[in-house]
Design a protein around this ligand. Sequence first.
Ligand SMILES: [Fe+2]
Ligand SMILES: [Fe+2]
Length: 172
Amino acid sequence: MAELSEVGQLLHEEHFRFLVSICGLQNRVGEAFLDRPLDPRNAEERKQLDELIAGLDDIIEHHRFEEANLFPLIREHGDPELVAELIGEHGTIEPKAGRLRAIASALRRNGATAGRWSRFRQATEVLIADMMEHLQKEELCVVQRLSSLLDARTDHELALSRTAQRLSGSPS
Ligand SMILES: [Fe+2]
Ligand SMILES: [Fe+2]
């Protein structure tokens, strides 16, 4: 793997964090848990739901950063088709993330009914499929390319601003 730029490293870490939570979630909604919904009365599972809800908010915020700071650079450097594709994928992922967030919040507040758990599992599956594809594409086509697209100073400034955003945006 080529050496990542500073901001590329931060994005790579964020992608990795999303991937880890996706894999955990994928496991928790698998066949083995068909009749074992996440139960907010259980402290550990309540925490999982809280982390999921916060993680879904992080995905949306991550998209905004990419769209405002990185995609214009890639567009300028001759790949507007890729940017259109990635923005389109954000547009597909976000309503799915919003739907899962709404179901997770209802589950967190009111507990699981059979219908709610089934909707939760379904919403998770559709989101995971889209997220995996998007993360893979960005790792290859954005994160790996940033060191050649950014000069050292711009890279450093973007990394500082991303770090500041993360610190101010995450009270946990
Ligand atoms: Fe993205
Ligand atoms: Fe991303």
